[in-house]
Design a protein around this ligand. Sequence first.
Ligand code: PCA
Length: 215
Amino acid sequence: MNAARTARSAARVILLGGFEPFHGERRNPSLDVARALDGEVIGGLAVHALQLPVVYGRAGRRVASAIARFQPAAVLGLGQAGGRPVITLERIAINLADAPRRDNSGALAADKPVIRGGPDAYFARLPLRAIERALAHRRIPAALSLSAGSFICNSVMYAALHQLRRRPAVPCGFIHLPYDTRQALRHLREPSMPLEMMIEAVRTAIEIIGAHQKG
Ligand code: PCA
């Protein structure tokens, strides 16, 4: 990890969040991708991976305190949206925690705000169209998405944008990943994507974020 530490001190940091497995899965490609890129310097940004719990409240607090601690130049959250056929670039985080399934602590949420008194929603602050184009150019299937849902990923995206609300120059957003092909046997009727392609997609997104920041 020494090389990674050197890289981090030499460049501006991008916090790259990935989640632990949830809902009975043995892996979560969002964490595998974040770990694979940890320590790399991409587009002038040194990747600092952050493992996030799939727990209401705790996940958002974890990302907010990492932002306060590392003062990153950019923040990108990754999560799994099993069943979606392609990589999805999230446009909006909403102030709502509400899902039919439990989080990893066993908690259910319905009709709850992510942050009491916070605005209804935040738009992602990422060059989403440029990322979409760059992914198409590399033949990686991706699309813009209007909703990060209302489970834990949405609350992390919302909490990060809320924490950075007075620092509008810091790019911040969220990307959902489909099932990894290693999860496919458990989901025979769902689409999946090789982990290597998802790593390449996130590396590409960070390159674009870094390039836009310099310009
Ligand atoms: N996906 C879930 C939570 C953690 C994850 O990887 C979501 O979309 O909210």
